[in-house]
Design a protein around this ligand. Structure first.
Ligand SMILES: Cc1ncc(COP(=O)(O)O)c(C=O)c1O
Length: 376
């Protein structure tokens, strides 16, 4: 489905760290953090061991605790909602826009109003920029201001994307990026939190380092903390990848455009939608939608049988077994999310996918769809 884009630059960078005594809490993470803050346009960046760890720290900084509610999307990776549960808070889902697949600001406001009438305590909104495209941030920021809520951006899938010319990660009080190997750039495992707030940045440094004070004093713990540190090897890999970020994003853009050209107009396939506000996409995955009258799961199986991995993406969070059991969610609760989720198909996607492979994938998909239609 995906593969990282690693060159000699990255190998040399990691090797250099291996020749030093500093494999964690050394100088390279500082350099990576400064470079990342510059890349996003934020004052501070704090490296952490994963995107999930970063989201957890951001939720803690927002003061989210037992009994609080945070509004987010059911159409995301499960970590976006799990971090509320880590704090004994409750994720409240609002349905998505059927075209952008991001949280729908109208649904957010309706949900906030109805939950407030029921006596809920809201702390924050967590918009998730899914796949390649920023959320509709202007109305979301207005709603947040109207109800005095903090915004934490889950930007784990959208590094470098822009909304009306402004980078994701610069809207919320904090934002989190992730570097798992399927992402636009990788550190192996890893993540980065950005914020303009000095106190929040200090808190993130403490939280990731077992609750030590801002100087990292060895056995002195001033709060409940975690081991969410990003090691030096990962930071070196990240710094080397970041030095190539424009190239990496451009390569992915080229692959997405090759897919678009191959699949546009193919009966039964809808290529990814780009909202006018998305002034720069950052392609994490390439997800098409299959016409609802075609059995998407059968298409997935037939692609797999012909050697092409593809995935349904996402399975809604509220329909995950754990969420159904814990909260009693069922089908029909978020109809747009569910309708979209039944039709999505993520195709193999990485920066070095060539025209020949894309042509083969396009041709195979076309044949499968033709044969499925003739069965109807
Ligand atoms: C939207 C979203 N949020 C959070 C995460 C969690 O990031 P990580 O896997 O680095 O913990 C991911 C990663 O896959 C993601 O796609």
């Amino acid at each position: 489905m995906s593969e990282p884009d690693i060159t000699q630059v990255e190998i040399d960078a990691v090797n250099r760290v291996l020749q030093t005594p500093h494999l964690s809490i050394g100088p390279v993470i500082d350099e990576f953090e400064h470079a990342w803050a510059r890349f996003v346009g934020a004052r501070y960046a704090v490296g952490v061991s994963s995107g999930t760890a970063g989201l957890h720290c951001a939720v803690i900084a927002a003061g989210v605790g037992a009994g609080d509610e945070v509004i987010t999307t059911p159409f995301s990776f499960v970590a976006s909602a799990n971090v509320m549960l880590y704090q004994n808070a409750t994720p409240i889902f609002a349905d998505i826009d059927s075209q952008t697949l991001n949280i729908d600001p109208n649904q957010v406001e309706d949900k906030i109003k109805s939950r407030l009438r029921a006596g809920a305590r809201f702390k924050a909104i967590m918009p998730v920029h899914v796949f390649h495209q920023p959320c509709d941030m202007d109305p979301l920021m207005e709603i947040a201001a109207r109800y005095d809520l903090l915004v934490i951006e889950d930007a784990c899938e959208a590094m470098g994307a822009q909304y009306n010319g402004r980078a994701v990660g610069t809207f919320g009080k904090a934002a989190v990026f992730a570097f798992y190997p399927n992402k636009q750039m990788t550190t192996g495992e890893g993540g980065m939190i950005v914020t303009d707030d000095t106190e929040w940045a200090q808190l993130f440094r403490s939280l990731r380092n077992q609750g030590r004070d801002e100087n990292g004093t060895w056995l002195h713990h001033i709060r409940l903390g975690y081991n969410y540190r990003l090691d030096e090897l990962s930071a070196a890999l990240g710094l080397a990848q970041l030095s190539r970020i424009d190239e990496l994003l451009e390569k992915r853009e080229r692959v997405a455009q090759m897919y678009n050209a191959r699949l546009r107009g193919m009966p039964g396939v809808q290529i990814p939608f780009i909202a006018p506000q998305t002034t720069r996409s950052s392609w994490f995955v390439y997800v098409v939608r299959i016409a609802s009258e075609i059995d998407r799961d059968a298409v997935l199986r037939e692609l797999a049988a012909r050697g092409i991995p593809a995935r349904p993406y996402f399975t809604p969070i509220h329909l995950q077994p754990f969420y159904r059991t814990r909260f009693g969610f069922q089908e029909g609760d978020f109809p747009i999310t569910e309708q979209v989720a039944r039709t999505t198909l993520a195709l193999p996607f990485h920066s070095n996918l060539n025209a020949e492979k894309i042509d083969f994938i396009g041709e195979t998909l076309s044949q499968i769809l033709d044969s499925r239609r003739s069965l109807q």
